[in-house]
Ligand binder design. Structure first.
Ligand SMILES: [Zn+2]
Length: 860
C-alpha cells in the first residue's frame, strides 16, 4: 500500500513538472476541469495525440465547463469530424447567435454598426499540414488555459473575445503522421535524424486523403475540409485567424510580417501588411523573447497566393497570420545547435496562440474599424474601377459552368442570370448559358481574384503560384464590361441542383455529346455495366425527334442492338446515368445522317473499356498521383489501380491497357524495366505521361521525341569569349536571382487541333493551361502528333522571365502523342489535373484515358 502511494506521488510530481513547462504563470486553474495530461494520462509533448482523442478532450471541456461549446462544421474523406470549440464567457456563449448577428453588421458595407460592446472574434486554426503536429497539441493547451484558467488576463480574454479553436484542419493527414511517429517512438527516445521515426514513408502526412495540400484549397474549394471551413467562415468572418505550420528542423520560428520585398496580393489593402501585421508582431516579439525563443520575420514566405489559410482571411476583412515552427518531426531530433524536442515546438505555438488572443483583445477597435473599412472600400473601389461587371459562360458545357458557379457561391460572390444577350470580346453571351457578376458588391476583391489577370509583379520569386484567375482554370469565355449588363434572377445553390433529364426510349441508338464535363463519367457508367459504346471520330448530323441536330467529334453512340443486355436494361441504364450526371441524351431512330458520317461508319469506333493503373510511391509526386486518383474517384466514379514502385516486378501487364506515370524520378527502373514498358506499349497499349514523366520517357528513349534543352557549353575559343563576359553578382542576391528562373505556376494559352481525339469535346482552339515546370517538349516531327502547341502570344496570367517565355515556352508543345509500335505514348508537358481545379484541361487527360487506345499516329 505504502509503495503504491509513493509511486502515485512521484507520478503526480512528475506530471506537475511536465505541465509546468507549458502552464507556469497561466493559472490558477479550475480543479474540476481536467488538464490534457490528466485526461490522456501522458504529458503533452511525450506522445502524438490522435484526432479522435483531441475531439474527446475538447468535448470533455464543453461538457464540464459553461465557458466552452463544441460544434461540428464538416467531415473529412475518412469520416473524421471537423470541429470548432467556441470559448468565451457563459453569457456570450448563451447569446452567441445575437452577437454573431451584430458582428456580421461590420461586414455590411457602409453600415454604421456600433461594435464597441462586441467581443472580438478570433479563430485559432491548427494543423492544416498533418505532419506539422506541434500545433494541434498546442490547441489542447490553448483550449485548457482559455477554459480553465482563473488568471485575470485569461478572464479578460473570455469577456472581450469569442475564441474559436479549430484543433485539426486536416485530421486524415494528421493521423497518418501521428500513427507513424508513435509506432517508431523509442524508449529511450532516438534523436538521430536517420531514425525511422523522423522519416515518414510516401505519401507522408502533410496532405489530405487524396494527397492534396489543403493549404492551397481555401481559394479552390475542392475538398470537404475546405468547403466545410469556407461555409463556416462566411457565417462568422472572424477578425483574426491563425495558421500554424512547421518548417525544416534546422531553423527557428517565423511569424509575420512576411517577405519584405512585397510579393503581395495586389488587391489587398496595404494597411493589412503594415499596421495590423506590425502591431501583432510586437506581441509575438515580447512573448517569444520572454521564453528565450529565437525567431525571424520578413525574409521568406509570401501571402501573394490568395488560397492559403493565412491569406484568405486577409481577403475577408480579417487578419490572417502565418506561423512556422522548426519541426522536431518526431519526439526529439538532433540539430547542429542541439536537440529540438516536440514539447519545445509545442510551447512556441502555444505562446503565439496566447499572444494572438492578447493582441486581438487589446486591438479590438482597430480590428473592427479595419473590417468595416475593408468592406466599405470594396464598394468604393468597385465604383472607381472601369469594370462594372464580368460576363462569363459556355454554350456547350453546362456542368463545367456550374462547377465554376459553385466556387463563386462558395466565396459568397453574387451573380445573376442575363436578362438579355451581351456582346463583348467578339462573342455573344446568351441568357441560359452565360451569367453576370457585378463588381459593386461586398466580395469585390474575390471577384477580382476570380477574373483579373496580371503581368507585372513587384517581386519575381514566389512561394507558390503567381496566377490564380479561376475563370481560366475552368476554360470559360469571359469579358469585363465597362457598362454593366442587365441583371436577371440571382443565381443560388438551388440552381446547381441536378436537372431531371428526360430520355426517350430508342430502338436504334442513344447519342451523347462529348462536350459536357460529365460525359466521361456517363461513358464509364455504361462501359462498366457491360454496354458497348462507340465514339464518333468525325461529326455528323441526324434527325432527333423531328429536328436536325449536329453531333460533334467524340459523340458517344450506344447502339440498341449489338449489346449483351436487353433493350429495356440498356434504356434504364442510360436513363439512370443521364440523370446521375445531368447529361442530355438523344434518341436516334436512324443511322443515316444528313451530313457527315453515318452511324455505321468506320469512323465510329467501338471503345475499349480503360483498364488503368498508375505507379506510385518512392520518387513519384504524391500531389500529381493524388490529382489523378481524385479526378477518377470523385468526378468519373472510375477505379484506378495504384501500384507501388516496389511491386513493379509483379505487375500483371496483361490485365491493363492504360498506364499513367505522373512526375517522378523513376530511378528504380533500369533498362530492362524500360524495355518492359516499351514492349507493353508496342503491343497496342497506351502510356500517359505527365510533366517530368514525359521528360523521363523522352530521355530514356521510350519515345523518339525531343526536349528543348538549355544550350550546352560551346568549344574553347568561345569559352574564352564567354569568360570575358562572365558577370559577377552579389552573393547575397543568389537565391532571389535563381528563384526567378523557375516557372512557379502561371497560365498560358495553347492552340488545340480540335480534330484530334485528345481534343474531342473542345469547341475552341484556344485553351488556357497551367504550367509550373521547366519541361519543354519540342513539337513532334510527325505533323499529326502535336495536339496542343503554345500560341504566338501565349501569356495569360502569372510570372515568367522573358528568356523562358521566348526561348523555351513559345517554340514548345504542351501535348503530343508519340507512336511506339502498335501503341502510343501521350506526353503532357503541363499538368492537366492541377490541384483538382483545372476543369478546363481535365478533358485532355480523360480523352487520353478513354480514347487513347484508338489513337493512331498517321505517318505520311
Ligand atoms: Zn505547413
Amino acid at each position: 500500500m505504502k509503495i503504491v502511494i509513493s509511486i502515485f506521488l512521484l507520478l503526480a510530481t512528475f506530471q506537475l513538472q511536465a505541465q509546468d513547462y507549458f502552464l507556469q504563470d497561466k493559472g490558477p486553474f479550475d480543479p474540476d476541469i481536467p488538464s490534457p495530461e490528466a485526461f490522456f494520462g501522458y504529458p503533452v509533448g511525450s506522445h502524438h495525440t490522435r484526432h479522435d482523442q483531441i475531439i474527446a478532450y475538447l468535448t470533455k471541456l464543453a461538457e464540464v465547463s459553461e465557458r466552452a461549446e463544441i460544434i461540428q462544421y464538416g467531415k473529412s474523406y475518412e469520416h473524421r469530424p471537423l470541429v470548432m470549440l467556441n470559448i468565451s464567457n457563459p453569457d456570450h456563449l448563451e447569446n452567441l447567435a445575437e452577437l454573431q448577428k451584430k458582428h456580421l453588421l461590420a461586414t455590411v458595407p457602409g453600415s454604421n454598426a456600433d461594435v464597441s460592446e462586441l467581443p472580438v472574434f478570433i479563430n485559432l486554426g491548427y494543423n492544416v499540414h498533418g505532419n506539422e503536429p506541434s500545433s494541434s497539441e498546442a490547441a489542447l493547451l490553448s483550449a485548457y488555459i482559455l477554459v480553465a484558467s482563473e488568471h485575470a488576463d485569461i478572464q479578460k480574454y473570455r469577456s472581450d473575445a469569442v475564441i474559436m479553436i479549430d484543433p485539426t484542419i486536416n485530421p486524415d493527414g494528421r493521423d497518418r503522421h501521428t500513427q507513424w511517429a508513435n509506432m517508431f517512438k523509442g524508449d529511450p527516445l532516438v534523436a538521430d535524424p536517420a531514425d525511422a521515426e523522423h522519416n515518414e514513408r510516401w505519401p507522408g502526412g502533410r496532405t489530405n486523403h487524396y494527397w492534396f495540400d489543403l493549404n492551397r484549397d481555401w481559394l479552390l474549394g475542392i475538398h470537404p475540409e475546405s468547403r466545410g471551413k469556407l461555409n463556416w467562415y462566411h457565417e462568422w468572418y472572424p477578425n483574426v485567424v491563425t495558421d500554424f505550420h512547421e518548417m525544416g528542423t534546422n531553423s527557428t520560428y517565423f511569424f509575420e510580417p512576411m517577405k519584405a520585398n512585397a510579393s503581395k496580393d495586389p488587391i489587398m489593402p496595404a494597411e493589412n501588411y503594415t499596421t495590423l501585421n506590425d502591431k501583432f508582431a510586437e506581441y509575438y516579439v515580447e512573448a517569444l523573447d520572454d521564453i528565450g525563443s529565437f525567431y525571424f520575420t520578413k525574409e521568406v514566405f509570401d501571402g501573394t497566393y490568395p488560397g492559403y489559410g493565412s491569406s484568405y482571411p486577409d481577403l475577408q476583412g480579417g487578419l490572417g497570420i502565418l506561423f512556422e515552427q522548426a519541426s522536431s518531426r518526431g519526439h526529439v531530433q538532433e540539430t547542429p545547435t542541439g536537440k529540438i524536442t516536440f514539447a519545445f515546438t509545442i510551447r512556441n505555438q502555444l505562446t503565439s496562440s496566447l499572444a494572438t488572443v492578447k493582441a486581438a483583445v487589446e486591438n479590438k477597435d482597430l480590428l473592427y474599424d479595419y473590417q468595416k473599412r475593408f468592406f466599405k472600400s470594396a464598394i468604393s473601389n468597385a465604383e472607381k474601377s472601369n469594370v462594372e461587371g464580368y460576363v462569363f459562360g459556355d454554350d456547350y458545357d453546362e456542368n463545367r459552368t456550374k462547377a465554376f458557379i459553385d466556387k463563386l457561391l462558395l466565396h459568397r460572390i453574387k451573380l445573376y442570370e442575363l436578362e438579355e444577350s451581351v456582346k463583348a470580346k467578339g462573342k455573344t453571351f446568351s441568357p441560359g448559358n452565360a451569367y453576370y457578376v457585378p463588381t459593386k458588391q461586398p466580395q469585390y476583391r474575390m471577384v477580382q481574384t476570380m477574373f483579373e489577370t496580371y503581368e507585372e509583379y513587384t517581386d519575381s520569386v514566389f512561394y507558390d503560384a503567381s496566377a490564380w484567375s479561376l475563370v481560366n482554370f475552368y476554360n470559360l469565355e469571359y469579358a469585363p464590361l465597362k457598362k454593366g449588363a442587365k441583371k436577371g434572377k440571382e443565381v443560388t445553390r438551388e440552381d446547381l441542383k441536378l436537372k431531371n433529364i428526360e430520355v426517350k426510349k430508342s430502338n436504334y441508338a442513344y447519342l451523347v455529346d462529348w462536350n459536357d464535363y460529365n460525359s466521361p463519367a456517363l461513358l464509364w457508367r455504361l462501359q462498366n455495366a457491360g454496354a458497348n459504346v462507340l465514339s464518333a471520330f468525325k461529326p455528323f448530323s441526324l434527325p432527333v425527334e423531328g429536328k436536325q441536330k449536329d453531333f460533334g467529334y467524340g459523340t458517344l453512340v450506344t447502339p440498341v442492338s449489338q449489346q449483351h443486355i436487353s433493350g429495356d436494361s440498356l434504356y434504364s441504364l442510360v436513363k439512370d446515368a443521364a440523370n446521375e450526371y445531368s447529361v442530355e441524351v438523344s434518341s436516334a431512330t436512324t443511322g443515316y445522317s444528313k451530313s457527315g458520317v453515318d452511324l455505321g461508319s468506320r469512323y465510329i469506333n467501338t471503345l475499349d473499356k480503360p483498364e488503368a493503373f498508375m505507379l506510385i510511391e518512392d520518387g513519384v509526386s504524391s500531389y500529381e498521383a493524388g490529382e489523378v486518383w481524385h479526378l477518377l474517384d470523385t468526378r468519373v466514379d472510375m477505379p484506378i489501380s495504384k501500384i507501388p514502385m516496389r511491386n513493379f516486378e509483379n505487375i500483371n501487364w496483361e490485365r491493363y491497357n492504360t498506364m499513367v506515370m505522373v512526375s517522378g524520378s523513376y530511378k528504380q527502373l533500369d533498362s530492362t524495366d524500360h524495355e518492359k514498358i516499351k514492349n507493353w506499349v508496342s503491343s497496342g497499349n497506351t502510356l500517359i505521361t505527365i510533366r517530368n514523366a514525359s521528360e523521363w520517357a523522352i530521355k530514356n528513349k521510350i519515345v523518339k521525341e525531343k526536349l528543348i534543352e538549355k544550350e550546352k557549353d560551346k568549344e574553347s575559343d568561345e569559352q574564352i569569349d564567354k569568360a570575358k563576359q562572365i558577370e559577377r553578382k552579389p552573393y547575397v542576391e543568389a537565391s532571389e536571382n535563381i528563384g526567378k528562373q523557375s516557372v512557379g505556376g502561371a497560365i498560358f494559352e495553347v492552340d488545340l487541333d480540335l480534330t484530334h481525339p485528345l481534343a474531342f469535346g473542345y469547341q475552341r482552339e484556344k485553351l488556357p493551361v497551367y504550367r509550373n515546370s521547366s519541361v519543354w517538349i519540342a513539337p513532334s516531327e510527325n505533323p499529326y502528333a502535336t495536339v496542343a502547341k503554345y500560341t504566338a502570344d501565349p501569356h495569360i496570367d502569372g510570372f515568367i522571365t522573358d528568356k523562358n517565355l521566348n526561348e523555351f515556352l513559345k517554340p514548345s508543345a504542351s501535348l503530343i502523342v508519340s507512336k511506339v509500335g502498335k501503341g502510343r505514348v501521350v506526353l503532357f508537358a503541363d499538368n492537366p489535373n492541377f490541384r483538382g481545379s483545372w476543369y478546363g484541361t481535365n478533358r485532355l487527360f480523360l480523352n487520353a484515358l478513354f480514347l487513347g487506345q484508338h489513337i493512331d499516329v498517321p505517318s505520311e
